[in-house]
Design a binder for this molecule. Structure first.
Ligand SMILES: [Zn+2]
Length: 108
């Protein structure tokens, strides 16, 4: 069994280009698999999901869901099933998972 290091990504460490600044390194998150916290994942979703695109937060959100800053600053990282919003306004990592019913799940 391999033990995986759990890296805590701070919201303010992810810049508006979706680049994660960590330990002196710059790690672009676009195209990378990121670990999705268990409490925001639906049961059937994979633990790691690839960041498919970046969108401007103000195109998706009227305001920061946490502190109400409007327009919502920064970017949202979109994976197949989850959206990760590093909110710089309140240094919060906000996760959004769409509600789905099983009828929407297709097996390949
Ligand atoms: Zn905020």
């Amino acid at each position: 069994m391999t033990e995986e290091k759990v890296l805590r990504i701070q919201a303010t460490d992810v810049d508006t280009n979706g680049v994660w600044h960590w330990d002196g390194k710059e790690i672009p998150l676009l195209g990378r698999d990121i670990p999705i916290p268990e409490n925001v994942r639906l049961e059937m979703d994979p633990e790691r999901q690839e960041v498919l695109m970046l969108v401007n937060a103000d195109g998706w959100l009227d305001m920061c869901p946490k502190c109400g800053t409007a327009p919502a600053p920064g970017v949202i990282l979109v994976t197949e099933f989850t959206k990760m919003y590093p909110a710089h306004c309140c240094n919060s990592m906000i996760w959004m998972t769409d509600e789905r019913d099983n009828n929407d799940i297709y097996e390949a």
